[in-house]
Design a protein around this ligand. Structure first.
Ligand code: BES
Ligand code: ZN
Length: 590
């Protein structure tokens, strides 16, 4: 059975379903979805097996388009992949219909109680399918190689708003329930399937863009993301036409474990980037950039994840540069470089070091466990190194051809290199030592090094406090670079002075606050503890939880464990797992 994705049972020799009809009824009391999924093949198939990915699904029936029952077997669940559903197709079938229920533990779903929302009135439900969670809500060939169009119907309690990352076809009332219909005319990889249900309202940002949020958040969200149309236009100028018609944004409750998720037509964002001063909109630039690199051209599987994230990080910085200038972009590159260096240090054990390659080998490895900043920053640096080797005009021309050639397709690292080699001047790839970048762990010594006068002004402080005048001119990223430059542990007096003069404990920029609190914990600065407790109670973004729990655990392990006991149930299951791992690592360190 030829499989081309280590995280999917999809078999390359079997028919591929390229259209999905999905109907789901949402039951908040039971925390389940009752569903029908129709998988349609491009042409009539011959008799034989069809292997689908599932996780924790309760299968009720499997029939074909003539209502004939089809034999199937559900294999025992495997920890990472889930359970293979093998359907025995009879010849001539055009589709299979599966009725099923999801489990309350479906890994793609987070069910939030009303108390976990801003309004506190209504429950909330949302999906996170990347990397391999779509199979916990839909039985399908859950590999990015599958691209499918779909139609969907979502039935929810009438007091809630259903949103799905697709084109909306309107909704109707059926008694106490609302039924909303959607369709996705562009073929997407399954990990991009997404929906949310909650007390949501919208505000238009431009004719092709609006923001959705809970009513208490909508004003702040509309202000924060007011530049979205400009970013979109800049993206189009750099990378070519925007192929998804609309670009909407959904602000989720704080439990959302990521900064953002590039669901097609409807980016999902954490509320923690609503800083009040638009200082975190580079996250929007990043998710928007995925409209080209990631969603239009996707990694063939998680082993080539750097193509998605390195590509989006590079594209994000290009958008930032076009919008706010090269100095601001240079600061983002510098911060990214700093985070990459830290990550490389953390990953420097024999067991973890191989995942610092760009092209990874993930057979038997859960992609959620392999998630690091490496594919983002090392990947973006590689693209920048190639840009520097061939010059920007040539690289920009390459990007256009690349996006056009693989539009609505997928590729592997190896296919990417072959294509690069064909498009770029003969010696370009050897000049950047591309094999070292892709196949060796760590960072090549030749990696581009961000340079800027603003960066040098920060390093030359050697951790000493800035003058008031200097501090006033600093962006949030400069603050982060400064905080990162302070040698640890920092003296109590320095932290007290910084907090007194610059109010860091009250920073509304969550990235600055995280860096400040991590520095404080690593410096055993007890006055920061109440703020750390507060953040761990109210924020679900995995990146912050990971950093804060790790720093707190090294300072006071028992306290970190107590806080996790108190708050863990509110975290997204993936975030909970990440924190559990951090606490275990910290316990091993003591
Ligand atoms: N696609 C990712 C989020 C993701 C990756 C979810 C892998 C599940 C598995 C998204 O585009 C992303 O990279 N988000 C970043 C923000 C960004 C500005 C670097 C995040 O969540 O921190
Ligand atoms: Zn991304």
């Amino acid at each position: 059975m030829p499989r081309h994705d280590p995280h999917s049972y999809a078999d390359a020799s079997q028919p591929v379903a390229d259209f999905l009809v999905w109907r789901a009824q949402v039951d908040f009391a039971e925390r389940t979805l009752s569903c029908e999924a129709i998988l349609r093949f491009a042409e009539a198939v011959s008799a034989g097996p069809l292997d689908l990915d599932t996780r924790d699904l309760f299968i009720l029936s499997v029939t074909d388009d003539h209502d004939q029952r089809l034999a199937y077997d559900l294999a025992p669940a495997e920890p990472i992949l889930g359970a293979r559903l093998r359907i025995h197709l009879t010849g001539g079938a055009r589709e299979v219909r599966i009725t099923y229920r999801t489990s309350p533990d479906a890994t793609a779903l987070q069910w939030l109680a009303a108390a976990q929302t801003s309004g506190g009135r209504q429950p909330f439900l949302y999906t996170q399918c990347q990397p391999i969670h779509a199979r916990s809500i839909i039985p399908l060939q859950d590999t990015p190689r599958t691209r499918l169009r779909f139609e969907a119907e979502l039935e929810v309690p009438a007091e809630l708003t259903p949103l799905l990352a697709a084109e909306s076809l309107g909704q109707e009332q059926r008694g106490e329930r609302t039924v909303a219909r959607f369709r996705m005319p562009q073929p997407i990889s399954p990990y991009l399937f997404a929906f949310a249900v909650g007390d949501l309202i919208a505000r238009d940002l431009s004719p092709r863009s609006r923001v959705w949020a809970e009513p208490e958040m909508i004003d702040a969200a509309a202000y924060e993301f007011a530049d979205t149309e400009r970013l979109l236009a800049t993206g189009e100028q750099l990378f070519g036409p925007y192929d998804w018609e609309r670009y909407d944004i959904l602000v989720l409750p704080p439990a959302f474990p990521y900064g953002g998720m590039e669901n097609p037509r409807l980016t999902f964002l954490t509320p923690s980037i609503i800083a009040g001063d638009r200082s975190l909109v580079s996250v929007v630039a990043h998710e928007l950039a995925h409209s080209w690199t990631g969603n239009l051209v996707s990694n063939a599987n998680a082993e080539h994840f750097w193509l998605n994230e390195g590509g989006a990080t590079y594209a994000e910085r290009r958008i930032v540069e076009a919008e706010w200038g090269p100095d601001i972009a240079a600061l983002d590159w510098a911060l990214g470089r700093r985070e990459l260096t830290d990550a490389m240090q953390r990953l420097a054990s024999a067991e973890r070091w191989p995942i610092t390659r760009l092209r990874t080998e993930l057979q038997g490895i859960d992609p959620d466990e392999a998630y690091t900043v490496v594919p983002y920053e090392k990947g973006a640096l590689l693209l920048r190194a190639i840009e520097e080797a061939v010059g920007r005009p040539a690289f920009d021309a390459f990007l256009r051809i690349y996006l056009n050639t693989f539009r609505f397709g997928v590729l592997t690292t190896e296919e990417f290199v072959t294509f690069l080699d064909r498009q770029l001047p003969a010696d370009a790839l050897s000049r950047v030592s591309i094999s070292a970048w892709l196949y060796e762990p760590g960072l090549p010594a030749s990696a581009p090094s961000p340079r800027s006068a603003r960066l040098e002004a920060i390093t030359s402080l050697s951790g000493q406090p800035p003058t008031d005048e200097q501090a006033q001119s600093w962006t949030a990223v400069e603050w982060q670079l400064y905080l990162e430059s302070i040698p640890e542990p920092a003296p109590f007096e320095l932290l007290a002075e910084l907090d007194r003069r610059f109010g860091l404990m009250q920073s509304r920029n969550s990235d600055v606050l995280e860096k400040w609190l991590v520095l404080a914990m690593r410096s055993a600065y007890a006055p920061a503890l109440p703020r750390v407790e507060d953040v761990l109670e109210h924020v679900g973004r995995m990146k912050y939880l990971r950093a804060l729990y790790a720093a707190l655990a090294d300072y006071d392990l028992a306290h970190a464990e107590r806080l996790f006991q108190r708050n863990g149930a509110n975290y997204h299951p993936i975030a909970r797992q990440v924190v559990r791992n951090e606490l275990k690592l910290a316990a091993d360190r003591t």
